[in-house]
Write a protein that binds this ligand. Sequence first.
Ligand code: PLP
Length: 318
Amino acid sequence: MHKLPKLSERYIDPNTYPPGVAYMDGQYLTMDKASISVLDYGFLHSDATYDVVHVWKGAFFRLEDHLNRFFRGMDLLHMSIPYDKEQVTEILHNCVALSRLQNSYVEFICTRGTSPDFSRDPRNAINRFIAFAIPFGSVANQEQKERGLHIAITDTVRIPPPSVDPTIKNYHWLDLVKGLYTAYDQGAETALLLDSNGNIAEGPGFNIFATRDGVVSTPEFGVLRGITRQTIFDLCDAMHIKCVERDISPKELKEADEVFITSTAGGVMPVSKIDDMPIGEGSVGILSNRINEAYWQMHENAKNRIAINYPIINEVVD
Ligand code: PLP
């Protein structure tokens, strides 16, 4: 007789969904009700593009940049949605306002969608737009932010640009997940992948920066043009710190004075160990600290903020 699965951590309990609000098919929904067809090519083929913007202290940070990246990705993938940037802004805004989250991780996705007759020709598919706002999340937890992350440089090669353009934000994550398992096996907390020339590329959900003699460097080839990465260029410019895009070898990275990673999910996060070897003093570097402080300071600047109008009747949620 067929045995029922044991109730375990993997058993899906709808109550385990995070608080938040999603939008799909013209409706705002709680997270447990936001689901797509198993026939959606976003699910079957990872045929999708997406973006993630964050809301900090009740305001979007650099939303326009995220929208530009998302719409560019859709164009390059021959996808379209029935909304323009202004309408997407309204949908994202409403998801956050309805969720009442002051600090939120806001994801918006365009999948290839489904074909009514299951045609394998992607041109026949009806593209699907989904958005959701859930509590703000970070690549590094508080303890890791304070003492610096422990990273492993894995031998996994990031899917190369001629195969999948890394500047289009995508769900081709099997290389990144493979890297994570390799890193865990080595006792590290997250992973770095190589580009197809053997230089450092990026990690699961983040770009990487190294500093040497006061100069900040980040890989140029085979990486997502992160919005946080762009923010670092802008900050370094304002702080008169030289910041360059170039190839960085694994050896050079390990010999850096300081290393940090960047992501919308967490901002600027220091790295204190690579392959079990300390970086610099093995603690959070001075320059990394200065850049991190400037990053959060930038969130206070009105020109980077689009404030959320929360419903007045409800109190806000952290
Ligand atoms: N690289 C990859 C592969 C990512 O998935 C992400 C974010 O999810 C980043 C870099 C960082 O990009 P951003 O700063 O826009 O969040």
